[in-house]
Structure formats: C-alpha cells, structure tokens
Write a protein that binds this ligand. Structure first.
Ligand code: MCA
Ligand code: AMP
Length: 492
C-alpha cells in the first residue's frame, strides 16, 4: 500500500472529497479504490506497472481510480478531457496503455480507438463494481504516474514519477505550507498536471483535509464558494487570479465588499505554474488583503522554490528552495554563478522524476553528469530571494499556465494544405501570460484563418490554438537559416 493510501486509514470518518455536491469520506474513498484495484487485477496478484489510462473529469471517481491503480501496482496515466482524439491517441500509444477507463461522457468519443490502436475502453461503472482481492505490496521505488508535458521536442514527453517522488513532492509542501486536517481547498485545475494533482488534491488527502472539485473554472462559482467561507486554502495559476479580479471589478460595490471580506479570511492563497505579474499580485492584495504566495515548479520536479508561508513574500520573486530540494544556478559553461548573476536552475532531490517514459536519450540529456536536472529556466538570486527571468528556449510557450511547444503546433500547421511554412511564438499577454501566435507563409494568396482554426481544433486542444496570425512571403531567418523568433515577435 502506498503511504498516501495507508495514511487515509487514520481519517476514515472525515470528509475527503466533495464532488458534484456530494461529500465522500476517506472510508468511501478507500473502499472504492480497493474495488477498482480488484477489478483491474482480475485475479492477478500485481498489475506490475501496467499503464492504466483514464479519462475522467475531476471528481470522487477520478481520485478513486488513481488510488485503485496505485493499490493494484499499476501506473496511473491521467488524460486531459480538453484534448481531441489525435492527442489522446498519441498519449495512449506512447504510454503503451492496455486499457483506458472512461467516464460515460467519453466512452463514445474513445470507442474508435479500440479498432485503431487495439486498446480496450472500459466504462467507469464496471470498474467501480464491488470486488475484493489481495493487494500487492508496493515498493516506493516503483513507478506510479506518467504525466505528459511539452518540451523542446515537438511531441509531449511522458514524465514518470515513482511513489517515493510523489511522496516527496507532497510532504515538502505539506510541511512548508503547514497543511492540517481541518484544511479545505477548492480544486479548479485540470487533473493531468502536477499543480492540481499534487499541490491541491494529494496534499489535502495526505493531511486528512477536504478537497472540493469544481470540474470547470467559472469565476462566478469560485467567488461564491469563497463567499461561503468554507475554504482555508486556494491555489491557482495567474490567469485565474486575473479572471477573478475581472469578475470582482464587474459586481456592485456592496457585493465587492462581501467578496473581499470572505477572501481575506483564507489562511493561504498560492499562485504558480507561470510568472505572477506584479500588478495582479498588487490588485489581488488591494481587493482581498491577501499577499499571494508565489512558488516555482515543473512537472519533472514537483515544486522547487517557494516564497515563505510565515516570512517574506516578495512580489516578482519565487523565494527559496523548499525543504529537501537542492538547487544551483549555473552559467552556460555549467559553473555555479554568484548572487545577482543570471544562471540556469538545476535541481536535485527526492522529488525529481525518474525518467521520460521510453526515452532514455532524452532522460540522459535532461541531467548533468553529476545528476542535476536541467530545468531550462533562467533566474537570479536577488537580495536573498530567487527571481525567474525567463526560459532558455523561445519554443516553449506558457499560456494560461499550460506549457506549450511551438514546434508541435508548427508541425501540425505545416500539414495544412494551404500552409507552405510557418513559425509559432508566444506573445506577452496580461490575461494569459502569453498567447500562441502564428506567422504563416501561404501556398496561395488567400488564407482563411477561420478554416485553419477549425481544422487545428480537430488536432489540438483549444489552449494550443493560435489567437493571432500574420501572413508573410517568408519567415525571418539568420545566416544559418534558423527562424529568428525574437525578430518575428516584433512583426506582430
Ligand atoms: C482558452 N482560451 C484561450 C486560452 N485558453 N485564449 C487564449 N489563450 C489560451 N491559453 C479561450 C477559449 O478559446 C475560449 O474562447 C475562452 O478562452 C474560454 O475558454 P475555456 O477553455 O472555457 O477557458 P477557461 O476554462 O476560462 O480556462 C482558463 C484556465 C485554464 C482555467 C486558466 O487555462 C486552466 O485550467 N489553466 C491551468 C492549467 C494548469 O493547471 N497548468 C498547470 C501545469 P472563446 O470563448 O472565444 O471560445 S504546470 C504545472 O503543473 C507545474 C508543475 C507548476 O508549476 O504548477
Ligand atoms: P510544466 O512543464 O507545465 O510543469 O511547467 C513548468 C514551467 O512553468 C517551469 O519550467 C517554468 O517555466 C514555469 N513556471 C512555473 N512556476 C513559475 C513561476 N512561479 N514563475 C515563472 N515560471 C513558472
């Protein structure tokens, strides 16, 4: 049994999750996950790290499936409900998953994959049926989860974490942010990324606290839950704070007072996944009296740096390494830099992932010879706290907290019959952080962007679709023929 599941036995009578208006105790969660494990095992003694994918919106059932896979010895591969079929197919094939568990809303959507890639689509109801089985002993060094994240290659890579990695990612946050069993958090984030899975849901469950799911972000609903007074903690990406501020700006002054008062009562509000613009931090403080705690993390490492829970939270900074996280900043020759000198973050510690799934070369390239994970993020130590300055690659875009590979979008766009060539960049944006933008060299004079957008939506999730287009006869290139993306950004 993994530690996270084992600990739940201490909290059996407490509420673990609130989902679709129903409350579920830790006892119910344990029971449901044991049924699922037994149904997955089908008489076998261990799933032996079989990849079990699942397409289930954030809910009690989502968590029970994750725990059921872990209890049976499998590797959990959560899928994104915003992704079109080709993106899902890519993940299922790459992960070599044998089965995909689907919420009723997605069974029909996934069914064609049974014929295309030979996977079995299993309905949620059947996997939840009562069943019993002996459960295997799970060594914490075993693989537990694969999350797909974009990088400097076109296609997303599967980041493999072990149970020990996940436990380290959880415990460092539980300690640093002083989680306790009476905490109550709202999850509005997708559950195929670390932010929602670890920082929100798993930290709550580790602590015996309660996590309520709101499967789709909606500013009005979030404010009304804040107003109810039941939350003690809230965590989100900067875009969400921006949207909450916009909503607050539109309500009547009496209502603003009520919302502000309610938000001021939470014990902690955290921002991360992308740079928190200082004006957003300041406006949030003005309307809620809360100084957002900004932290820095990555799918491959969990959380690395954090401003202090009790001490200083400096705007525009991400604080110091969390307990258990070793961090160094190095120059391009891999020498550690001094204070005020920019360098690249490298991270070591028990929270750092095991490998990219079936990509030994990419895994090797991601670490230095002495075992530091190379993040690709550039930062500086400024007056005792770290600040993120940017990334080493223009091909990585952060929009709404999602990490997006420009190369992936370019590869898809080039397949369109009207596109001769293209280049994709992220343009700065107050609300989204960056917005995906494309320069197209057309095959013919006329380009219909609506048509291209519609076509792209069949291949890529909405957050990867370009919002701005320009058309040029050729792309700006340097003497080596490489597209000069910083030049290109100025052309928009
Ligand atoms: C959606 N829209 C966008 C974008 N996304 N426009 C520009 N750029 C975008 N990125 C448009 C839609 O097309 C639509 O337009 C309108 O916005 C509303 O779309 P919808 O999907 O309803 O948006 P939303 O639900 O309001 O989404 C905003 C969101 C979401 C809640 C901020 O992006 C989100 O959940 N982000 C969090 C992602 C996350 O968890 N990242 C963590 C990974 P129209 O109305 O015209 O059709 S990073 C991580 O885990 C590391 C470890 C870390 O450090 O945390
Ligand atoms: P992901 O690959 O989706 O896990 O995204 C990780 C990336 O998000 C990091 O490598 C950073 O570039 C970015 N990131 C996360 N937190 C912050 C932050 N507080 N400030 C700036 N960038 C951040």
């Amino acid at each position: 049994m993994t530690q996270l599941i084992e600990r739940a036995k201490n909290f059996k009578g407490r509420t673990a999750l609130v989902s679709h208006g129903n409350s579920y105790s830790y006892r119910q969660l344990l029971q449901a996950s044991q049924n699922i494990a037994a149904n997955l095992l089908e008489g076998k003694s261990d799933l032996n790290e079989a990849r079990i994918a699942f397409l289930v919106p954030p809910s009690f059932e989502y968590t029970a499936i994750q725990w059921g896979i872990w209890a049976g010895g499998g590797i959990a591969v959560p899928l994104c409900d915003l992704h079109p079929l080709p993106s899902i197919q890519y993940v299922l094939e790459d992960a070599q998953a044998d089965i995909v568990i689907a919420h009723a809303d997605y069974v029909g959507f996934l069914k064609p994959l049974e014929a295309i890639i030979g996977i079995s689509v299993v309905g949620l109801e059947s996997i939840l049926e009562e069943s019993t089985s002996e459960l295997p002993e799970i060594d914490s060094a075993r693989r537990a989860m694969i999350l797909y994240t974009s990088g400097t290659t076109s296609k997303p890579k599967g980041v493999v974490t072990t149970h020990a990695n996940i436990e380290a990612q959880i415990t460092t946050l539980v300690n640093a942010w002083e989680w306790e069993k009476d905490d109550y958090i709202l999850n509005i984030l997708p559950l195929h990324h670390v932010h929602g899975i670890i920082n929100v849901m798993s930290c709550a469950l580790w602590s015996g606290a309660c996590c309520e799911f709101l499967p789709k972000f909606d500013a009005e609903k979030v404010w009304s839950i804040i107003e109810s007074g039941r939350l003690t903690l809230f965590m989100a990406v900067p875009t969400i704070y921006y949207k909450l501020i916009s909503y607050w700006g539109e309500v009547l002054p009496e209502q603003q007072k009520v919302l502000s008062e309610a938000a001021s009562k939470l014990r902690l509000m955290v921002s991360g996944s992308a740079a928190l613009p200082v004006p957003v931090l300041e406006k949030w403080k003005e309307i809620t009296s809360q100084t957002l705690l900004e932290r820095y993390g990555m799918t491959e490492i969990g959380m690395g740096l954090s401003n202090s829970y009790r001490g200083q939270r400096r705007p525009g900074h991400v604080g110091l390494p969390l307990p258990g996280v070793e961090m160094q900043l190095v120059d391009s020759d891999n020498y550690v830099v001094g204070e005020n000198e920019p360098g690249e973050f490298q991270i070591k510690g028990p929270s750092v992932f095991k490998e990219y799934w079936r990509k030994p070369e990419a895994t090797q390239k991601a670490f230095t010879e002495d075992g530091w994970f190379i993040t690709g993020d550039i930062g500086v130590l400024n007056n005792g706290l770290y600040k993120i300055l940017g990334r080493d690659s223009v091909d990585i875009i952060k929009s709404g907290g999602y990490k997006i590979s420009a190369l992936e979008i370019e590869d898809v766009l080039r397949k369109h019959e009207l596109v001769d060539d293209c280049a994709v960049v992220g343009l700065p944006d107050e609300e989204w952080g960056e917005v995906v933008s494309a320069c197209i060299v057309p095959k013919k004079e006329e380009l219909d962007f609506e048509l291209i957008t519609g076509w792209l939506k069949e291949q890529l999730p909405a957050y990867k679709i370009p919002r701005n287009y320009i058309v040029r006869k050729e792309l700006p290139r340097n003497v080596l023929g490489k597209v000069t993306k910083n030049e290109l950004k100025k052309m928009f």
